[in-house]
Design a protein around this ligand. Structure first.
Ligand code: COA
Length: 178
């Protein structure tokens, strides 16, 4: 039976690379496929990539990287998650759940106690379904030319170990957002 068959259960694979062409394959070549252009932010590419193929086509992605952060007075690291994307014709079938869950399983082996992502407000309920929690604290992120800006998107976090709670205090990312 060919892998193109819809009877093949979707499977998450580790991608050795993830380029703009790969992203375009999933979301198309639109100007603002993530709907975040209005925030006018510069973003970091992710380092570890997880994808789902449907036949020969890449149809879903989630990316991760470790980021230095301060939460209140505590300097630590988080796993930043981003670039979550599912091809328009494949949305609503659980592929984001699958690829984000697999990415988080890997994130648990990376060291940090929490994962963090930024999203548009309409996606908060979706990520809550996947076990993420919105953070009400302001999050400061770096931008080119040493600028610091308050993140205008929603921040969501999820623990990567048992029995850890996100500490209180303002959050400062010592990097561009991801
Ligand atoms: C956001 C996106 C990744 C979601 O992908 P998807 O494959 O359609 O999502 P899933 O089908 O896996 O849905 C995940 C869960 O969220 C739930 N969900 C979806 N929309 C929801 C909503 N508006 N409110 C609450 N829950 C929602 C689903 O029911 C599912 O929960 P379940 O598994 O318990 O049934 C996809 O729409 C996309 O690629 N959008 C364009 C790029 C983008 O904006 N990416 C987000 C970057 S942060």
């Amino acid at each position: 039976m060919s892998e193109n068959s819809s009877s093949v259960a979707p499977r998450v694979v580790r991608l050795t690379r993830y380029t703009k062409t790969d992203q375009d394959e999933i979301l198309g070549e639109g100007d603002d496929p993530f709907g975040v252009a209005a925030a006018r932010l510069t973003w970091l590419p992710k380092k570890e990539h997880f994808g789902i193929r449907h036949g020969d086509r890449l149809v879903a992605h989630a990316g991760l990287l470790r980021l230095p952060v301060a939460i209140g007075d505590t300097r630590t690291e988080v796993v930043g998650a981003g670039g979550v994307a599912v091809a328009p014709d494949m949305q609503g079938r659980g592929l984001a759940r699958l690829v984000v869950t697999a990415a988080l399983e890997h994130a648990r082996t990376m060291g940090p106690r929490y994962a963090l992502l930024f999203c548009r407000p309409p996606l908060v309920p979706l990520y809550q379904r996947l076990g993420w929690h919105p953070l009400d604290e302001q999050v400061i992120v770096e931008q080119p030319e040493n600028r610091l800006v308050a993140m205008p998107l929603r921040t969501m976090v999820t623990p990567l170990r048992d029995n850890v709670n996100w500490p209180s205090g303002q959050v400062r990312l010592y990097s561009l957002p991801m």
